[in-house]
Design a protein around this ligand. Structure first.
Ligand code: MG
Length: 272
């Protein structure tokens, strides 16, 4: 039995056959995320628990399982994080209201492969600063993914998030990071949203990364609530989170969880 091909630093290189299977899981994760995002956008008056149960229903319909439920004891099917919650919020009795932003993270397992993606949904009339935060955060994800090309350094991919976001004055969360993904939710390497200190590996075709900028309107500092999961901003200002699972290729990024993107900062006339 052949040994699995790994790069020196422990980052798993997926074979074309494995990538084909992973693509199906990622397309399913994307389809569920897009449906949940629509549910949230039209969800004034609904609770975040209802959102989570809707996602669970979609997973059952598509014969896949939540990759989060039970992970280190996580109690939800998805992570649902309103407003000041950065990531890892748990669906509960919070009622969605006009002007909210709701981050939703959908990770699923299908035939042994993970698809992981997230977006932040504006509900109704969102204030201008927060709209700016959403557009800039999603753009920072694309800036980072543009380095998902064989031969680029992982550090340049990570650094692209902070490099893009910082001039806008937003806070880049440091305590939580993106990750390699495949058969397991969290594989090597860590993918921080800032340039790591020291030498980082070169990316190779077949590596799959979950890139996920977590960006705050104000301070980058966060704290964890007593539930042991929910991450909130220390200054209680809004936070945004966007994520894709992306395959590194010789020709650049292949976004496995692809979905139509929101308007770019440029399209919205957002400048520094
Ligand atoms: Mg992730």
């Amino acid at each position: 039995m052949a040994k699995r091909k790994k790069s020196r630093n422990g980052i798993i290189i997926k074979t074309p056959d494995e990538i084909a299977q992973m693509r199906v899981a990622c397309e399913t994760a994307s389809d569920i995320l897009q449906n949940v995002a629509k549910f949230i956008a039209d969800g004034i008056g609904k609770t975040t628990k209802e959102v989570d149960l809707y996602a669970a229903h979609l997973m059952e319909e598509r014969n896949c399982k939540s990759a989060f439920l039970g992970y280190r004891g996580f109690p939800g099917f998805t992570c649902i994080s309103p407003n000041i919650e950065v990531v890892h919020g748990i669906g509960g009795d919070y009622v969605i209201k006009d002007g909210d932003i709701i981050s939703v993270d959908v990770g699923i397992t299908l035939n042994g492969w993970i698809g992981d993606n997230a977006t932040t949904v504006p509900v109704g009339n969102v204030d201008t600063e927060t709209k700016r935060l959403l557009a800039v955060t999603e753009q920072s994800l694309y800036e980072a993914m543009s380095f998902a090309r064989e031969g680029e350094y992982l550090g340049d991919l990570c650094g692209a998030v902070a490099d893009y976001v910082k001039p806008f004055g937003f806070g880049v969360v440091k305590e939580f990071v993106g990750h390699g993904v495949g058969r397991n939710l969290h594989e090597e390497p860590s993918v921080p949203n800032y340039r790591p200190v020291g030498k980082t590996p070169r990316l190779k075709e077949g590596m799959v990364l979950a890139v996920e900028p977590m960006i705050n309107l104000g301070t980058p500092r966060v704290r964890i609530l007593d539930d042991g999961w929910t991450v909130i901003t220390e200054d209680k200002k809004n936070a945004a989170h966007f994520e894709h699972t992306v395959l590194v290729t010789k020709d650049g990024p292949d976004i496995l969880t692809t979905r139509p993107r929101e308007a770019t900062p440029e399209q919205l006339g957002i400048t520094l």
